[in-house]
Design a protein around this ligand. Structure first.
Ligand SMILES: [Zn+2]
Length: 336
């Protein structure tokens, strides 16, 4: 079973108890799974279509309990759905008008009737927001398994997406909007927002499952960060070793290592041959192996000598330049 189906199965077990929440849920389900069928003379029916029999049952019971409407129920095998059975609920003309007005979805104006809006409570009460978002997910939501990526979305009619996004925002959930074919898609991508949305809808099992995955992923990320850090240190070590080797090569070309104390000659020669090894390993490569701190001490002595020598070289160069300047006499005037 897909993760989406698991979440939906969990959400279907939650029954709205309060009248306000039932209306909020009906509103979301009507917008997600319902459509208006216009019959002559401005008469209108509301038709719900869903492949999910459990969802059809839920809509049926909500209409009955909250609105005292008994919709007509039929089943249809749909070619488009590969022969799967489609549940169709039809709310007849008189009831449809009453339902749409209760849902604040039918607004009559000079240009005719408009099919939009959400019950005010869905915007203002947390219980109703939860019911609305839950029903929006049941009617048109899906969620990627969190071990693949964090992604929860609602397909939505353009008239509904703004209200849905506002409701999510009021619950501290950041969502974005995109278009896919003719429909709007409101989607959530940040892990914290997906978790908060599952919590808002009441999908606590899915939430726990996602948190377990997130904890595992965080631990892995931490291990990766530690490994990257080790690699960075390794790089640093390499570049230090290389820098030392280069300095020793330069020094040995200018002078000779043999003028140095034996213990510095030894470590210098090995460093030139092995710029990649750590000081500890370097110490072990000496004719008489020494520990890390010993190797460190010798290498520092060697480097200090080379540094002093370089500085003297620089001074020498400087002195020569000065001398050259001082020794430069103005040209003698022509005898003529
Ligand atoms: Zn409520």
């Amino acid at each position: 079973m897909s993760f989406s189906s698991q979440v939906k199965q969990e959400l279907l077990r939650i029954q709205p108890e309060k009248h306000c929440c039932m209306l909020a849920e009906l509103s979301a389900l009507t917008q997600a799974a319902g459509s208006l069928r216009l019959s002559g003379g401005g008469k209108v029916q509301v038709v719900y279509e869903t492949e999910n029999p459990a969802l059809a049952k839920r809509i049926f019971l909500l209409l009955k309990r909250r609105m005292e409407i008994t919709p007509q129920l039929e089943f249809n095998r749909h070619k488009r759905l590969g022969g799967r059975r489609l549940s169709i609920l039809t709310v007849s003309e008189g009831d449809a008008r009453r339902l749409l007005i209760a849902l604040r979805m039918l607004q009559e104006s000079e240009s005719g009737t408009v099919f939009k809006g959400v019950p005010r409570a869905a915007m203002t009460r947390r219980c109703c927001r939860a019911a609305f978002v839950r029903a929006a997910f049941l009617g048109g939501g899906s969620m990627t398994a969190p071990d693949q990526e964090y992604h929860l979305e609602f397909t939505s009619s353009p008239s509904r997406s703004e209200a849905l996004m506002k409701m999510l925002e009021k619950s501290g959930i950041e969502s974005r909007l995109t278009q896919r074919r003719d429909t709007d898609v409101v989607y959530i991508r940040r892990g914290d927002d997906v978790v908060n949305c599952l919590a808002l809808m009441g999908a606590h099992r899915a939430l726990m499952e996602m948190e377990n995955i997130r904890i595992g992923r965080d631990a892995r990320n931490q291990a990766n960060r530690a490994r990257n850090c080790d690699e960075a240190n390794l790089k640093k070590q390499l570049s230090t070793g290389e820098r030392q080797a280069q300095a020793i090569v330069r020094y040995s070309l200018a002078h000779s290592l043999s003028a140095l104390p034996d213990e510095l000659q030894e470590i210098g020669r090995i460093r030139m041959l092995h710029p990649e090894v750590s000081l500890e390993e370097l110490g072990q490569m000496l004719p008489k192996p020494i520990g890390k701190s010993g190797a460190n001490h010798r290498m520092r002595r060697l480097m200090r000598l080379i540094e002093i020598d370089q500085r003297q070289d620089g001074d020498q160069y400087h002195d020569n330049a000065d001398a050259g300047f001082v020794g430069c006499h103005a040209p003698e005037p022509d005898p003529d």
